[in-house]
Design a binder for this molecule. Structure first.
Ligand code: HSE
Length: 377
């Protein structure tokens, strides 16, 4: 098989390349690298020496070069998918398309891939000749990697989430903006901070004044200050009081699980309030479940812990939660931390949980490279 790789230089693409090298994915296929800006150039030295890799970059808009690939895997983003996918199909290409963009995700001829959770859905789709395999929304993927066991066991009557989403979900520029704002705030009170006798309310007043006077340029990506604040809205306004991110939570979770429209099983009600916070690249979520029966907490813990090799069950104690259940602890690893598991005051069927996953790994790159390996079986 020949695999065409597009968008491998951006943030998600770079994480993907690192993971593919770590897992020795190269060598299982012939790799052709595409570029939107540098076609014809030699492969960057970081990629030279990988097995079965073509030495030059191809033009990412060259349909005939794309058509020569059995699989196109792109992290280039939804605009590229919008531009290239349809013309490529219209040109008669029948290869496998793998990306992480929202463009194709909800189409009937596309499967949202998260194989540790929905391998049976992927297998069925492959048997039916489906060719589009799309990574899910990062929040959804991280959540299902954490508590997919409860869905697989058919225990969930409904779920609500409050998310704490990292800057990286917006993109690389958003991460830079957050850090720049942090620096600006700190600089505005540095002298006061250095003086142990200074008044904290004076520091607070000055920080607020700085936040309120950040320029349009200093807030160009998040639109409002994020450092020292939060933003309780992510992605587009759907006009009905919900954000697109919140809609995806319900729609995509059900689609990954093979429920809802197009499947023979009713959707499970899932709703959320999605919030941007000043974390770098881990999406955290506070979840509340109503289970359809009273299951002992010990059994729930065991089910979750044994669901997949990446879940790390964190004991519901202060010490374990503050040490192990944080973005700082989870970032950069494939671990999915699940903690604060307890029955809630509303009754024995109500369960609380807190989950954390690196949104660039399980939330973006990892399901794509795993799908590629599934195609190579
Ligand atoms: N929409 C997500 C976010 C990112 O903004 O955090 C990727 O799904």
């Amino acid at each position: 098989m020949r695999v065409g790789l597009v968008g491998w230089r951006g943030m998600v693409g770079s994480v993907l390349m690192t993971r593919m090298v770590e897992e020795s994915d190269f060598g299982h296929f012939e790799a052709r690298f595409f570029s939107t800006s540098n076609a014809g150039a030699m492969l960057p030295t970081s990629l030279v020496g990988l097995p079965k890799v073509e030495p030059r970059l191809y033009d990412a808009h060259d349909l005939s070069a794309l058509q020569e690939c059995d699989v196109v895997l792109t992290c280039q983003g939804s605009d590229y998918t919008k531009e290239v996918y349809e013309p490529l199909r219209q040109a008669g290409w029948s290869g496998y398309w793998i990306d992480a963009a929202k463009t194709l995700r909800m189409r009937d001829d596309a499967v949202v891939v998260l194989d540790p959770v929905n391998q049976p859905v992927i297998d069925q789709a492959l048997n039916k000749g489906i060719k589009n395999f799309i990574g899910g929304n990062c929040t959804v993927s991280c959540m299902l990697m954490a508590v997919g066991a409860l869905y697989k066991a058919g225990l969930v009557e409904f779920m609500t989430a409050t998310t704490y989403q990292a800057a990286s979900g917006g993109g690389a520029q958003h991460m830079r903006e957050l850090l720049s704002q942090m620096g600006t705030l700190n600089a505005s009170v540095r002298q006061l901070l250095d003086d142990p006798a200074s008044a904290i309310l004076e520091i607070d007043r000055q920080v607020l004044a700085t936040q309120q006077s950040l320029s349009a340029e200093q807030t160009q990506h998040f639109l409002v200050p994020l450092a020292g604040s939060l933003i309780p809205w992510i992605d587009a306004d759907r006009g009905d009081g919900t954000s697109l991110e919140e809609w995806k939570g319900g729609a995509e979770t059900n689609k990954i699980l093979g429920r809802g429209p197009g499947f023979n099983q009713p959707a499970i009600p899932i709703d959320s309030i999605c919030v941007r916070i000043g974390a770098m690249r881990c999406h955290s979520q506070s979840l509340m479940f109503k289970l359809n029966k009273n299951v002992p907490l010990k059994d729930i813990e065991q089910m979750i812990a044994e669901d997949n090799p990446w879940v790390r069950l964190i004991a519901n104690t202060k010490e374990d939660s503050i040490q192990e259940l944080t973005p700082v602890k989870v970032t950069g690893s494939l671990n999915i931390a699940v903690g604060r598991l307890r029955k809630l005051a509303m009754g024995e069927q109500y369960l609380g949980a807190f989950t954390i996953g690196d949104q660039l790994l399980w939330g973006a790159a990892e399901p794509l490279r795993r799908m590629l390996r599934i195609l190579m079986r």
